[in-house]
Design a binder for this molecule. Structure first.
Ligand code: GMT
Length: 378
């Protein structure tokens, strides 16, 4: 198949999932065309089946807000036509689904059929999309999609709850990891760099937005390190960073925290961690938690959104109510204080991650593509 994948190219989970999906499809012989405003961070080109088409928005002085959606729609028309694509798969509804709809209509007027699939990722539904300034367009674009997927049951439920006029069937296809990328035992020697005296190593990875509650990560860590010698690694960057820097000074924990900024492939650093912290207000799936588990790192998380579908309470880690930092710290200590318990949780985390290996998930997307193509020729 020739598939156009539209995604955000940045470090967010939706872009990562879209890129990894494209890479895996290309490996299976499909021709994959990424369409985005810059090259997706995890995209490398060791395959003749991979193509990248840049959407460039001109900055005419009249535009305080350059019309990205229109430029994207035009680009989709162009790529579909000249690369002879079979279908479009857009990740994150805003504004990709409505741009795909527009492209589909333009192409139909020229006698070209192009079905499009929309994958909902989270904040496009739970945070941004439900805002009345987006809602009618999102509802329309979801209903007009040839198929819709959500990355968790929880997100599917949220979509119907937040968008009462959505009538479209939503298929749940969970996020995935490629287990073979997590050869973590090779990296153990690096641990000394961050935990020179054998401290436990905790880690958090996110885009440092408010929804991640990174201040809770710091507070949980503060409680843990008072009981167990520990260090915390922060990976990622975003608007909450200044708040976090201030808080670590207030808590006097800065010396035990290392911020590494954005990392393209986090497998190595996850592989040396003992515990992953994800304290989010809401998380439709929590891809970073799954990546941690694939690296044999148990997860202390909140129990919001789709996290209970990923982190198995008492097995791959523990879950607590959002903001319950005492409970999170108690659970973290329970895992970290005993080497045998920690090792068991590490193995369990890996066992849980196996359920989301790409081998199990990719066929779900391929089947959906075939079904959509079949329906569109009829
Ligand atoms: O977490 C973010 O804000 C980024 C966002 C995105 O669209 O990149 O992540 C969402 O999609 C990920 C991939 O499907 C999910 O794993 C995240 O849980 C989801 N984030 C939220 O729901 C907050």
């Amino acid at each position: 198949m020739k598939i156009g994948i539209v995604c955000y190219p940045t470090f967010g989970g939706s872009g990562v999932v879209a890129t990894e999906l494209g890479l895996a499809l290309a490996e299976k012989g499909h021709q994959i065309h990424f369409i985005s405003y810059s090259q997706p961070v995890r995209l490398d080109f060791f395959s003749g089946n991979l193509f990248y088409h840049e959407v460039s928005v001109s900055d005419y002085p009249l535009f305080d807000y350059p019309p990205y959606e229109l430029v994207l729609a035009s680009k989709l028309v162009d790529v579909v036509k000249y690369e002879k694509l079979d279908l479009l798969h857009v990740h994150y509804a805003i504004p990709h689904a409505s741009a795909a709809y527009m492209a589909k209509q333009i192409l139909a007027s020229q006698g070209i059929k192009i079905p499009f699939i929309t994958t909902l990722h989270g904040t496009d539904i739970t945070l941004v999309g439900k805002d009345p300034s987006f809602e009618p367009v999102i509802t329309f674009a979801i209903n007009q999609s040839d198929a819709v997927t959500a990355v968790s049951e929880s997100l599917k439920d949220d979509t119907y709850a937040n968008f009462p006029s959505v009538r479209k069937e939503i298929n749940v296809i969970p996020n995935f990891i490629r287990l073979e990328d997590y050869k973590t035992d090779e990296n153990k020697c690096h641990k000394k760099m961050y935990a020179p005296n054998g401290e436990r190593l905790l880690i958090h990875i996110s885009n440092f937005r408010k929804v991640k509650r990174v201040d809770d990560v710091l507070r949980v860590f503060d409680k843990v390190r008072k009981v167990i010698p520990s260090k915390l690694i922060l990976v990622g960057d975003g608007p909450e960073r200044p708040v976090i820097e201030k808080l670590c000074r207030e808590l006097d924990t800065c010396n035990d925290i290392k911020s590494l900024g954005k990392i393209v492939n986090p497998e190595q650093i996850l592989g040396i961690a003992d515990l992953f912290l994800l304290t989010s207000e809401t998380e439709s799936f929590g891809l970073a938690a799954l990546e941690a588990m694939a690296a044999k790192t148990p997860v202390i998380s909140s129990n919001s959104g789709g996290l209970p579908e990923v982190n198995k309470n008492g097995f791959s880690g523990y879950m607590s109510n959002v903001g319950d930092i005492d409970d999170m710290a108690k659970n973290a200590i329970r895992i970290l204080k005993d080497e045998l318990v920690l090792n068991q949780f590490k193995l369990n985390a890996y066992e849980q991650a196996k359920k989301f290996n790409i081998d199990a998930i990719l066929p779900m997307y391929e089947k959906l593509y075939k079904d959509v193509l079949k329906a569109s020729v009829n």
